[in-house]
Ligand binder design. Structure first.
Ligand code: 1BN
Ligand code: ZN
Length: 342
């Protein structure tokens, strides 16, 4: 082979090597991207610190209920109503929660202007993932279903104080058993001053106001539950129609949780028709799907029980077993939601 031929062959080899390395350097940055496009198994979720589910102290809840009734009927524009609202704020603050008092005027269907207030107690307000638990705190201005003293207000031990008592006990539980999820405990005013023969909008004035004036713009909890009439003997909680329309998965989770905990005799998985209650206005006005746990022990007449809107809705109808069934179920619901079980 001549010297010239071997030199030109060397030149060809050098040019080819240069070309190959140039191509490699050019496409090299794209190689990881190609790799990224091939399906990779998802990274494991960050470990969640598991928190034991605390016991719901029903004796403490009972005292919270008794205290409300001791103020007298919590009818708007009365001293009892004002004093009880102040006590709620003090009590939530004592447990380290951040309280927002949301005052508003509500026009009663009979024409009176009520000075009303919703109370919002926030546990760990800085956390974005939040659980909303609500109850109404007012009691009815008249015992319209009673045989006597129909124009006098009722104690509302079950219809009002029971749901709030469970929420106050959950506040106390959160303070002593920290959990890394936000919880909002909302007490709606003027739920129970409506017209039994009138429009549904005459009821639930506090939740209607809150739904149009959220304490935080754009507020959207991860899950939301309303407690109403949860303290009477022989309480029966059926899967309520509106709750099933707006949040069927939450209903199913709570009812099967209650059954697992041994409270299946209170939480009846049968369906029942929808009820006008705060959850309806929360779902309509704020687009927040909310489940209502409300006792309807009877069919036909008096679905809410023989004490409903009567003077017999006093401490004598309260049964710690009913309070415990709801309190323990909701405490477990909060802590297991955090633990990632629910
Ligand atoms: C529930 C308990 N409600 C009042 N006290 C809501 C309600 C309003 C139920 C109208 C039936 C009719
Ligand atoms: Zn009522």
């Amino acid at each position: 082979m001549s010297k010239k031929t071997s030199r030109s062959r060397l030149a060809y080899i050098l040019i080819a090597a240069l070309l190959i390395s140039t191509i490699f350097v050019t496409i090299q940055p794209f190689l990881p991207a190609l790799e990224k496009n091939t399906p990779q198994p998802p990274p494991p979720p960050p470990p969640v610190e598991q928190v034991a589910v605390p016991t719901f102290n029903v004796d403490s809840a009972y005292l919270f209920l008794q205290k409300q009734v001791d103020f007298g009927p919590r009818v708007p524009n009365t001293a009892a109503h004002q004093k009880c609202a102040a006590w709620f704020s003090k009590e939530f603050k004592r447990h380290g929660l951040t309280v927002i008092e949301q005052p508003f005027k509500a026009i009663h269907y009979k024409g009176t202007t009520f000075n009303a207030v919703n109370i919002i107690a926030q546990y760990k307000p800085e956390l974005p993932k939040r659980i909303l638990l609500a109850a109404h705190w007012d009691s009815r201005f008249q015992a319209d279903k009673d045989e006597k003293n129909q124009s006098k207000p009722i104690d509302g031990a079950d219809d009002g104080a029971s749901g709030v008592a469970v929420l106050l006990e959950i506040a106390r539980t959160l303070a002593t058993n920290p959990v890394n999820v936000g919880v909002d405990l909302v007490l709606f005013d003027v739920e129970d001053q409506g017209d039994d023969n009138g429009a549904s909008e005459t009821w639930c004035l506090g939740s209607q106001y809150w739904a149009s004036n959220l304490h935080k713009p754009g507020y959207m909890p991860y899950t939301a539950v309303l407690l109403d009439m949860v303290g009477a003997k022989d309480a029966k909680f059926m899967k309520e129609g509106i709750s099933m329309q707006v949040a069927p998965e939450t209903v199913d989770k709570i009812w099967s949780l209650a059954s697992t905990l041994g409270y299946g005799s209170y939480f009846d998985p049968s369906l029942r028709s929808g009820i006008t209650d705060d959850h309806v206005f929360v779902a309509q006005g704020a687009r927040i799907p909310m489940v209502d746990i409300i006792s309807t022990p009877n069919e036909g007449e008096d679905p809410f029980g023989r004490h409903h809107h009567r003077h017999s809705d006093n401490m004598s109808v309260i049964d710690k077993n009913s309070l415990k069934a709801v309190g323990q179920t909701m405490t477990t619901y909060v802590y297991q939601t955090y633990n990632g079980v629910l």
